[in-house]
Design a protein around this ligand. Structure first.
Ligand SMILES: NC(=O)C1=CN([C@@H]2O[C@H](COP(=O)(O)OP(=O)(O)OC[C@H]3O[C@@H](n4cnc5c(N)ncnc54)[C@H](O)[C@@H]3O)[C@@H](O)[C@H]2O)C=CC1
Ligand SMILES: O=C(O)[C@@H](O)C(=O)[C@H](O)[C@@H](O)CO
Length: 320
C-alpha cells in the first residue's frame, strides 16, 4: 500500500519504519522542518538495531531510504495514498484543522486513520470521510510492541476493519478490533489507571519514580508478560479478589486533571527521553542511543517470550 504519515515525531517516524519493514511505500511529513529533518536518522538507527538482531525483515538502509520518502508539503505526502495516518499532537483542534486540510488533498478513496491515544476523533473529521475513517492506535516503539487498537468510525463497515486487521497481521502485529470507540481502548485505559495511582503516590510523597518502577519490574512485570492481569487473578484466587473489592481499604486517586510531579518536571524542562531528562536523568545520552539500548533489551525479551509463549489470551486459553 501507499502510506502517508502526518507527523514525524516520536510515533510518526517509528510508524514509517514499521510500514517500510512491512513492504509498504511511505511518505512522511511534519510541519516542523527540524523534526522532519531528524526523522531519517532516527529511523535508520532503529532499523540498524532491529537488523542487527535479524528483526528488520531484511530491510536494508538503502531500501529504507527508497521506501520512506520525506515530504515538506502535505499535498505531496498524501498524493496517491491508500492510507493516511495522522500522528500529530494530541490536541483536538489541531487534529480537526489537519483533517480539514487532508480532506482537500487526500485521494477520495483513501482511508484516514488516527494514532490518537484517547480522543474520539471521528466528530473532528469531515463527515464525508467517516465511511473510511478509523483509529489505529499503536504503542511505542511500534516496531516492537505488536498491539494495535483498531476502531472504526460509526460509519465504517466491519469489512474495512477486518481488511486493516489482516494487513496488520501480515506485518506481524496484533490488531485488537474494538466493537465501538472507547477512550483509551483497553491497554491505554489500564495504563491511565496505573498512571493515576503512580502520580498520586509521587505527588503525595509516598514513592519516587524509581521506587514505583522497582515495584513494577520486580513485582508485577514478570507475571503480566505471561498471564496478563485476569489470568493472574485466577492464580491468586477469585475469592481473595472478592474480599479485596469488598474491603476497599483506600480511595482510588481523584481525577484532578494534573500532577504536581509532572508539572514540576515540565517546568524544569524535563520532558522525557527526547529532552535528555524526564522523571529520570538519562545522563545526557542521545535519544537515539537510549532508544537503541531500550530496543536491544526489548528484542531479546521478545525473542524469549516467543519461545516460552504466554499462558493467557485469545490463542492460549478459552474463557470459561
Ligand atoms: N508518544 C507515544 O508514546 C504515543 C503517542 N500516541 C499518539 O500519537 C500522536 C503523536 O504523538 P507523538 O508522536 O508522541 O507526538 P510528537 O509531539 O512526538 O509528534 C507529533 C508531531 O506532529 C507534528 N505536527 C503537529 N501538528 C502538525 C500538523 N498540523 N501537520 C503536520 N505535522 C504536525 C509536530 O511537529 C510533531 O513533530 C498523538 O495523538 C499521541 O497521543 C499514540 C501512541 C503512543
Ligand atoms: O504506551 C504507549 O505507547 C501508548 O499507549 C501511549 O503512550 C499512550 O498513547 C498514552 O499512554 C500516552 O499518554
Amino acid at each position: 500500500m501507499n502510506i502517508a504519515i502526518i507527523g514525524a515525531g516520536l510515533m510518526g517516524h517509528a510508524l514509517a519504519l514499521v510500514f517500510a519493514i512491512g513492504g509498504h511505500r511511505v511518505r512522511l511529513t511534519d510541519n516542523q522542518p527540524d523534526t522532519l529533518a531528524r526523522a531519517p536518522a532516527l529511523m535508520e538507527r532503529a532499523r540498524a538495531t532491529l537488523d542487527s538482531a535479524g528483526e528488520a525483515g531484511g530491510l536494508t538502509e538503502a531500501a529504507l531510504g527508497e521506501r520512506v520518502t520525506i515530504h515538506a508539503a502535505l499535498a505531496d505526502a498524501v498524493a496517491k495514498a491508500d492510507l493516511v495516518i495522522e500522528a500529530i499532537i494530541e490536541k483536538p483542534e489541531a487534529k480537526r484543522t489537519l483533517y480539514a486540510e487532508l480532506d482537500a488533498v487526500m485521494p477520495p478513496g483513501a482511508i484516514l486513520a488516527s494514532n490518537t491515544s484517547y480522543l474520539d476523533v471521528f466528530p473532528l473529521m469531515p463527515p464525508g470521510r467517516l465511511p473510511r475513517a478509523v483509529i489505529m492506535h499503536w504503542y511505542t516503539p511500534p516496531y516492537l510492541v505488536d498491539l494495535v487498537d483498531v476502531v472504526g468510525s460509526p460509519e465504517c463497515p466491519p469489512a474495512l476493519l477486518e481488511d486493516l486487521a489482516e494487513m496488520l497481521r501480515a506485518m506481524g502485529k496484533a490488531p485488537l478490533v474494538m466493537r465501538r470507540f472507547l477512550p483509551g481502548y483497553i491497554a491505554n485505559r489500564l495504563q491511565s489507571a496505573l498512571n493515576l495511582e503512580c502520580y498520586r503516590l509521587m505527588d503525595e510523597g509516598h514513592a519516587t519514580a524509581a521506587e514505583i518502577d522497582e515495584a513494577i519490574i520486580h513485582g508485577l512485570g514478570l507475571r503480566l508478560l505471561l498471564l496478563g492481569q485476569m489470568a493472574k487473578g485466577d492464580f491468586t484466587g477469585l475469592q481473595l479478589t472478592a474480599h479485596a473489592l469488598a474491603n476497599r481499604m483506600y480511595e482510588p486517586p481523584p481525577l484532578r486533571g494534573r500532577s504536581e510531579t509532572i508539572d514540576r518536571a515540565l517546568a524544569e524542562g524535563r520532558g522525557g527521553v527526547m529532552h535528555g531528562r524526564g522523571l529520570y536523568d538519562w545522563g545526557g545520552q542521545s535519544p537515539e542511543a537510549l532508544f537503541a539500548e531500550r530496543d536491544n533489551r526489548l528484542i531479546a525479551l521478545k525473542r524469549v517470550l516467543r519461545e516460552i509463549g504466554p499462558m493467557a489470551g485469545f490463542a492460549q486459553r478459552k474463557e470459561s
